[in-house]
Write a protein that binds this ligand. Structure first.
Ligand SMILES: C[S@@+](CC[C@H](N)C(=O)[O-])C[C@H]1O[C@@H](n2cnc3c(N)ncnc32)[C@H](O)[C@@H]1O
Length: 277
């Protein structure tokens, strides 16, 4: 891969927690691709061509009175990301049933063992929203269901859906890196029923799914909900995440227009994941 220029933001945070956790989540949604935590805070990276000078405008924690957060930023060349990840990527286990780990971690004795080479795509299972979407998938029946995973990131949710018996599965992400990374992870986990596509809601036309999974963000979900739901079979299940508890009314106002009702709400650190049917 050719060297890509990144912008690295070094955030100094006091006190560290939970501010660093919230900051990483918000930066992820603002478009930052990877994070390296340290004793004073976190360094966040974004590709220079994705960067814009308003990038931090929506990062609400920077305006919080509870924490002191300062930052500096500079341009850097992509160097050895894998070494950085190996130092910083910890495996996780969801509800003792599903492990998400990197190839360099030892295998877990869980029912589902997902191996993700996270590199720079979102979806290591560490984020609250991924964790809750995994919980939803674990709890629900996916046997022989056709699934759309919109905003697939590393492909982790599509991979788990197939492990739970779903097929066929379309996993879509508009980010080229996520598309390539999902292809790699699908292969790595030996999945045979997942088609990975690069794009967005414009790719959806005419095809119907039994289940739609979308962990993206509030604005994209609101913008594309009509298109997503035109692809959901009657009685199909919809799982949504990527927004806060306080966003539920606005999301629900949109989804309920199409006759779906909230069946279950999961919440972690103010982030939520909803099941609709
Ligand atoms: C919060 S991450 C979720 C990744 C993964 N599904 C998970 O649960 O960990 C959101 C993903 O949506 C992708 N995305 C953002 N806007 C999109 C859009 N309009 N259409 C498709 N994918 C989009 C991003 O590239 C990112 O990979």
């Amino acid at each position: 891969m050719a060297n890509i220029i990144y912008i690295g933001y070094e955030f100094k945070v006091s006190p560290l927690q939970p501010a660093v956790e919230i900051l990483i989540a918000e930066l992820g949604y603002a478009g930052f691709e990877s994070f390296v935590e340290n004793e004073t805070g976190v360094t966040a990276y974004i590709q220079k061509e994705e960067w814009q000078d308003t990038i931090l405008d929506e990062v609400q924690i920077l305006n919080s009175d509870e924490f002191e957060i300062t930052y500096d930023f500079s341009e850097i060349e992509q160097t050895n990301w894998n070494a950085e990840w190996e130092k910083n990527f910890n495996p996780i286990v969801v509800d003792d049933i599903c492990a998400v780990r990197a190839p360099f971690h030892e295998k877990f004795d869980t029912q589902y063992d997902i191996v993700i080479e996270p590199k720079m795509s979102f979806g290591t299972g560490h984020h609250e929203t991924t964790h809750m979407m995994i919980q939803h998938i674990l709890k629900n029946d996916f046997e022989n269901k056709s699934v759309l995973d919109m905003g697939c990131g590393t492909g982790v949710l599509a991979i788990l859906a197939e492990m739970k018996g779903a097929q066929p599965i379309d996993a879509i992400d508009y980010d080229n890196w996520c598309y390539l990374n999902s292809l790699e992870n699908v292969e790595r986990n030996n999945r045979k029923h997942i088609t990975v596509l690069e794009g967005d809601a414009n790719l959806l036309s005419g095809k119907l799914y039994d289940v739609i999974i979308a962990n993206i963000n509030r604005n994209i979900l609101l913008q594309d909900m009509k298109t997503y739901l035109s692809c959901l079979n009657e009685d199909g299940m919809l799982f949504l995440s990527g927004f806060y508890n306080s966003d539920i009314p606005i999301i629900d106002a949109e989804v309920s227009k199409y006759g779906l009702k909230i069946q279950e709400t999961l919440e972690r650190n103010n982030w939520v994941a909803l099941k609709y049917q």
